[in-house]
Design a binder for this molecule. Structure first.
Ligand SMILES: [Zn+2]
Length: 269
């Protein structure tokens, strides 16, 4: 569920709490969250390290450690990172920091994962371009959609095509660009790709400004919710009216994902 704007918000708001801090201990309430051959090895390679940096790529977080290794985390469906939360019912792991703070990996559904890696490239190289970076141009998007027969919706949320877009922001961007989610990706006109390219940037930037969308289980590190979902125009809006034409928003299932769109504004191919 947390997509680029949510993970970007976690990174931004967590940074002042963790940068330069030493990890003095780890409490694992659920060992399955650690995707490493040995939990003990994970523990021994993380404890005692200082956090020298925190960055995001797609929906991944990379904590740089003083040893030179990278602690990789993915929030998956319901993960959040919380600093000193009052409630730890769904906490799966706690990182104890040298200033006394506790960083909790909260994850009700237990899909979230973390592991230690040598560098970021093992993860980052498999991902498509960052949609908010300057090198994500109209031409790059056009080239990535070329010859694809799959509907545009699943192509947009394929992390190897573009990094960071998930179900919510794909629906929002397609509505913004007036493109039907079932339209074959390779059949988009030059004009539609132009609209989609700017819609993706617009939708993601607006959501970051609103600190992400707290539709279900996403919380910001301080425990507050994000407010991006209050501005959603179609995502999770079945039964509501289209903000532009008043037609009821429709929900269909595309490749197993609930997909919301306006049947009037986004004409069926
Ligand atoms: Zn409409």
């Amino acid at each position: 569920m947390p997509e680029l704007p949510e993970v970007e918000t976690i990174k931004n708001e967590l940074l002042p709490h963790v940068l330069g801090r030493n990890i003095t201990g780890i409490t694992l309430h659920w060992e399955g969250i650690v995707r490493q051959t040995s939990v003990e090895e994970f523990r021994s390679r993380v404890i005692g390290q200082s956090i020298t940096g925190l960055s995001r790529r797609g929906k991944y977080l990379f904590f740089s450690l003083s040893s030179g290794e990278i602690l990789v985390m993915h929030m998956k469906m319901t993960g959040s990172l919380l600093v000193n939360p009052s409630d730890d019912r769904f906490t799966r792991a706690v990182f104890h920091l040298d200033d006394g703070a506790a960083l909790h990996f909260r994850d009700p559904r237990k899909f979230g994962v973390m592991w230690l890696g040598g560098d970021e490239s093992a993860v980052a190289d498999k991902l498509g371009p960052e949609p908010l970076e300057g090198d994500f141009t109209f031409e790059v998007l056009a080239q990535r959609l070329r010859n694809r027969t799959a509907p545009i919706k699943p192509v947009l949320i394929d992390q190897s095509v573009i990094a960071g877009i998930g179900n919510m922001y794909a629906d929002e961007a397609l509505f913004d660009a007036r493109i039907h989610p079932m339209k074959p990706a390779g059949s988009l006109s030059k004009d539609e790709i132009k609209r989609l390219h700017s819609a993706i940037k617009r939708v993601l930037r607006a959501a970051i400004k609103n600190k992400g969308a707290s539709v279900r289980n996403y919380f910001r590190p301080g425990g507050d919710i994000g407010t991006a979902h209050f501005e959603f125009r179609v995502a999770h809006g079945a039964g509501k009216s289209c903000p532009d034409c008043g037609t009821p928003i429709k929900r269909i299932v595309v490749r197993n994902r609930g997909t919301y769109f306006c049947p009037e504004c986004q004409i069926e191919p």
